[in-house]
Write a protein that binds this ligand. Structure first.
Ligand code: 4AD
Ligand code: MG
Length: 460
């Protein structure tokens, strides 16, 4: 039985076995208390070890914070406050000790910066434990949401030749000896001799392949890792992050926004209902507005405005921005946060961005200046979702590819989708870690993924 289940439903006077790690130990004259936790829930189970237990001194000496243990015993009502039951141990096995002189997790509270230096141990702490459980619940909710709607989960490739976002922020994949790659007659690197016979990269987005799948299955979604070699050392950027990308045929930019809103609402509701203890913890210890935010999302509609309206609102504001505002700029996170956090105080969807700051695949609007893009901006986070209606008209798409100096030959298969059974379609990408940040109030994205990949950091 896991600790969560024991705390909830183990019967008084039943005999049970619990396996886990010692969180705390208190030695008294006649007996000792330990709290055992196994990651299933925030709270550990209290175990009482009587002095009569065989080999008591030796066992208790080893039961330091961090030691792994199996305890068997009788479930009794707990006289202590805050817990229903406790365990009276009849047998205790210590599997691996943890020397208090060297085990780093002794204090009750450590800074998140320090915990990042011990990435192999930090998920044993209360906060990181709660984060990982919420992360798991978010992932479950996401699959449940799309599966209930009949979407097909499409597994798009991690290795690809195309730069979906066109930002040139891709990590190269090669099996060349990089100190000594094969070269052609002119001395240039000869990619024809490389593993894939061409330059290839880790994907920045599964969208283009999701579009392929949507043209067969109508509604699909991807949920996988994506990689960006952007050198942004911010609290919202990772070099490796997970993205959820639904793609829907027979759908326009309005349907896309409707889905994004329904989707976020569903995930928040699911997490609040299934992880009340962890959410309570975040609300108390990390960010006092977390539950209010969640309920706000569940109960209220998102604001929807155009990019042009957003720029006008920013220009009207008396707030001093570091980056100047004018029509045509790529909004910075200070702008996005002002709109979501201060002005509307809830998530908002901004649509119809200038074509020059968006990717080649977005559908050109009739004004010839803007594209049918939509970003969902969230308080504290800024952009959490980026999406669009896709350009389904072959001639317009070809023109845009040319204008943007993209190699059309590489996209022959993508253009084929516009030749054979093309249809209006739309989709979006949710940054999974940004969602977990939004949900938990965690300030730094490095603390909502087990093993963060950021510039100069890939150790664990
Ligand atoms: O806005 P982006 O770049 O959109 C796309 O990649 C589209 N192909 C999605 C689609 O339409 N299918 O990225 C989508 C989201 C962002 O809104 C943000 O939440 C997250 O991915 N994101 C990052 N999260 C963490 N670290 C980074 N470096 C991120 N870059 C983007
Ligand atoms: Mg974006």
């Amino acid at each position: 039985m896991r600790v969560k289940e024991i705390l909830k439903s183990a019967e008084i006077q039943s005999t049970i076995t619990v396996e886990g790690w010692v969180k705390t130990k208190r030695e008294l004259k006649a007996f000792s208390f330990i709290e055992i936790s196994d990651g299933s829930t925030m709270n550990g189970i209290q175990v009482i070890i009587d002095k009569d237990l065989e080999d008591y001194d030796n066992i208790v000496k080893q039961l330091n914070t961090g030691a792994s243990v199996t305890a068997e015993g009788l479930v009794v009502e707990s006289p202590g406050k805050g817990q229903r039951i406790e365990l009276q141990a009849s047998a205790v096995t210590v599997h691996g000790g943890a020397d208090p002189e060297t085990y780093p997790l002794q204090k009750k509270r450590h800074s998140f910066e320090f915990l990042r230096t011990i990435g192999h141990l930090r998920s044993k702490t209360n906060t990181l434990g709660a984060v990982m459980r919420i992360r798991n619940a978010c992932a479950t909710a996401i699959h449940q949401f799309f599966q209930d709607k009949g979407f097909i989960w499409a597994h798009t490739p991690i290795i690809t030749a195309s730069d979906c976002e066109g930002a040139g922020e891709m990590f190269a994949v090669t099996n060349f000896d990089i100190a000594n790659p094969k070269r052609d007659d002119k001395g240039a690197i000869d990619y024809a001799e490389d593993f894939f016979g061409r330059p290839s990269y880790l994907t920045v987005s599964g969208q283009l392949e999701a579009e392929v799948m949507a043209m067969s299955f109508k509604d699909v979604y991807t949920f996988g890792p994506t990689f960006r070699a952007e050198n942004s050392n911010t609290s919202r950027h990772l070099a490796e992050f997970w993205m959820v990308e639904p793609e829907m045929a027979f759908c326009d930019i309005i349907g896309d926004q409707d889905l994004a809103e329904e989707f976020l609402r569903y995930v928040f509701k699911y997490v609040i209902e299934t992880c009340p203890d962890d959410m309570e913890f975040f609300n108390k210890r990390i960010d006092k507005t977390v539950l209010e935010t969640a309920n706000n999302i569940i109960d209220n509609e998102f604001e929807r405005i155009t990019y042009t309206e957003a720029i006008a609102l920013l220009e009207k504001s008396s707030k001093k921005f570091e980056f100047p505002v004018e029509w045509g700029i790529d909004m910075q996170s200070e702008h996005e946060r002002y709109l979501a956090e201060e002005l509307f105080k809830k998530p908002l969807i901004v649509t119809n961005y200038p074509k020059d700051i968006k990717a080649f695949y977005m559908r050109l609007n009739d004004d010839d200046k803007t594209v049918a893009a939509m970003d969902v901006l969230a308080p504290k986070i800024g952009e959490i979702i980026g999406g669009s209606q896709r350009e389904e008209r072959l001639d317009v798409l070809e023109r845009r590819i040319k204008e943007m100096d993209i190699e059309a030959d590489d996209l022959w298969w993508y253009l084929d989708l516009r030749r054979f059974g093309s249809v209006p379609h739309a989709g979006f990408g949710l940054g999974f870690e940004r969602l977990v940040q939004f949900m938990t109030g965690m300030a730094n994205i490095r603390d909502v993924i087990p093993f963060p990949r950021t510039p100069l950091n890939a150790e664990f």
